[in-house]
Design a protein around this ligand. Structure first.
Ligand SMILES: [Zn+2]
Length: 639
């Protein structure tokens, strides 16, 4: 190891012109013998399941060839006073995701020129993709990048100390030294079944006891069961000063471990069945150790220096067998990341903009809806019923514009969207409950719908005649079945004939009509009409509401009494008709509001009684005069 440090120092001077102390471009991931035994047994079990003719046949055939979409959370821990505090910008992390996806898609520029001897083994598109987490573990929107300014100068590799079973499960002493605990000055992992944790910080060498930079490292899938809170990879902050493609290949190497790959040089020049020895991959030649050189021969054959699970600066490819190993282990340990299975960590809910549509979409009009854009996604939209044509924004596709093409349809239109990873994986893989996220719009036509089905005179059911001496009457209109959210968008135009005038409420769903008493003739008819507009054009009441003038005549008042003034404010005088004889118990005068609640009550033996209205709110009231066995209701408007 000391020799590696010297090489590293030498490289650092070449690359940085001196000064900075870079980490090794090797790897600090340590595979213990117990974990290796588990991995090997997994391969043997697959061979047994297949009942192969030979005990060294390709055992991977049965592993599901799923695509994977893996939400990534970056935990960036930096000590502001650290001399090696290499700045890690958001843009660098965005680029890292882009590059990881290019490497795993087989489209990274470096992958266009492969060693012709090994090019046929190139895995190409692995079907594994990474996306920055868009929500935190609680489902709240998040950038996918956590940052902490720590007062800790640096951290050690998880695997500090002797590594043999059960050392994979860290001792408490070592856990205090690693970056994966908030209590230690680092940052806690996010749930390993939902997120791929990538820590970035200053990692010290675990054997020199500090001072010298250490390599990046990873955990294997099998360790998720032992210490799930450690699952992920740790990248040394200092390595980010290397050229971008080297940083990306180094991250791909550690990610390869996290996906279950072993160094190609594991067990050195081991011989025997290539499926069950070395790195458990048949198509990666054995190697005596990790190398930085880009062309060499070891163990009696040409070295595959371009394999990402080697150390060289020209590493850039996974092989077909490595891809099978990754898929087999992901299906066993991390099936929650299968593309489209849950999309936890990416999308927990979708909010449409605008969130609530309170205005109907009229014939010929257009309406746009948008959902949050997620990089790398494509969007599939669905609209029903088919009373709209729509266009989807391009190239992102996170918004839709609908045009109402139906002059007659009035009702809900359901707009749905689901999301999936953009090509090259291909098909849309839905996220979220049932795949679809729904939004409702209201489409309104242009004529006679919805129907105004009822109106009421005052609050007395089935009362269609009006006595002019009542002086005022309340009319209200309703549109049953119309969406509550859209009611505020309705406007009301009232027309009153027969001499009445609208005293208040014009333009609303309820008006007070005042009847100037002297102008009426008994038995005449007045009408009240209302036209309701919903922004898609007028909608008229089916029939005019009519009211018959049926009292004894102008100025005669009620049968027993009259109210003056009406409408009233402050006070009103109840006047008894001359012919009425007050009962020995006096008059019981009660004022109720439109809900029937008693608001005033008093007993009087006078022919004129003044009621104090100062405690009453504006509105409609019923004044009941009870005289012995007889009673009469008079309507009163308080303003
Ligand atoms: Zn490694």
């Amino acid at each position: 190891m000391k020799n590696f440090h010297n090489i590293c120092l030498f490289l650092a001077c070449l690359l940085m012109g001196g000064g900075e102390l870079l980490a090794q471009k090797s790897c600090g991931t340590r595979l213990d013998s117990a974990t290796y035994a588990v991995m090997r047994q997994e391969v043997l079990d697959m061979m047994k399941n297949k009942r192969l003719f030979s005990d060294c046949e390709d055992p991977y055939y049965d592993c599901p060839d799923d695509d994977y979409l893996i939400p990534v959370v970056f935990h960036v821990v930096q000590d502001q006073s650290d001399a090696f505090n290499f700045p890690i910008s958001d843009a660098m992390l965005e680029m890292l995701i882009v590059d990881l996806n290019r490497i795993f898609a087989g489209t990274h520029p470096k992958q266009t020129s492969l060693d012709p001897d090994f090019a046929p083994l190139f895995a190409g598109n692995t079907g594994i993709r990474f996306v920055k987490a868009a929500v935190d573990p609680d489902g709240n929107p998040h950038s996918g990048i956590e940052r902490r300014a720590t007062d800790k100068a640096g951290f050690r590799n998880d695997h500090y100390g002797p590594l043999s079973p059960p050392d994979v499960a860290l001792s408490p002493v070592n856990s205090e030294l690693i970056i994966k605990y908030e209590a230690n000055g680092g940052l806690d992992a996010w749930p390993r079944k939902e997120f791929f944790n990538i820590w970035i910080g200053d990692i010290y060498d675990h054997e020199s006891g500090g001072g010298l930079p250490a390599s990046s490292y990873a955990t294997f899938p099998q360790w998720d069961l032992i210490r799930p809170q450690l699952s992920g990879i740790v990248l040394n902050m200092r390595d980010f000063s290397y050229p971008t493609h080297l940083v990306s290949m180094m991250a791909a190497h550690e990610t390869g471990h996290w996906l279950g790959l072993i160094h190609t040089f594991w067990q050195n020049c081991v011989t025997g069945c290539a499926y069950t020895s070395g790195d458990l991959c048949e198509d990666t030649p054995t190697d005596e150790s990790g190398h930085w050189t880009c062309s060499s021969s070891y163990c009696g054959h040409k070295n595959m220096n371009e394999n990402i699970m080697d150390y060289s600066d020209c590493r850039k490819m996974f092989t077909l067998e490595q891809l099978k190993r990754m898929k087999c282990q992901m299906s066993s340990y991390r099936s929650t990341f299968v593309l489209g299975r849950s999309c936890v960590g990416i999308i927990s809910s979708v909010k449409f903009t605008p969130e609530v549509s309170t205005v109907p979409v009229c014939f010929g009009e257009s309406r746009s809806l948008a959902v949050a854009a997620h990089a790398g996604y494509s969007y599939e939209w669905d609209v029903s019923p088919a009373v709209a044509v729509f266009t989807v924004s391009s190239p992102i596709g996170n918004s839709i514009t609908l045009t109402n093409i139906s002059p007659t349809y009035k009702g809900e239109v359901t707009v749905r969207v689901r999301m999936g990873l953009l090509n090259p994986i291909g098909t849309i893989a839905p996220c979220g409950t049932g795949g679809w996220f729904e939004h409702k719009l209201w489409f309104g036509g242009v004529t006679n719908n919805p129907v105004i089905s009822s109106m009421a005179i005052s609050t007395i059911p089935n009362r269609w005649s009006i006595c002019p001496t009542e002086q005022s009457t309340i009319f209200s209109a309703a549109v049953p079945g119309y969406p509550t959210a859209l009611l505020p968008s309705l406007t009301y135009t009232w027309t009153v004939t027969g001499g009445g005038t609208i005293h208040s409420g014009a333009g609303t769903d309820e008006i007070v009509v005042v009847w100037p008493a002297p102008t009426y003739t008994i038995g005449t008819w007045g009408t009240v009409k209302v036209e309701i507009n919903n922004e898609c054009g007028g909608i008229k009441s089916d029939t005019d509401l009519w009211a018959r003038m049926s009292c004894e005549g102008p100025g005669s008042g009620g049968r027993m009494a009259s109210l003056s003034p009406n409408p009233a404010s402050g006070q009103v005088v109840v006047s008894l008709k001359d012919e009425i004889v007050i009962s020995p118990n006096g008059l019981q005068i009660t004022v109720r509001n439109s809900e029937g609640a008693v608001k005033l009550s008093q007993i009087s033996s006078a022919r004129q009684t003044t009621l104090d209205l100062s405690s009453l709110q504006h509105g409609f009231y019923v004044v009941t005069i009870q005289n012995g066995e007889e009673s009469e209701d008079l309507r009163l408007v308080v303003e």
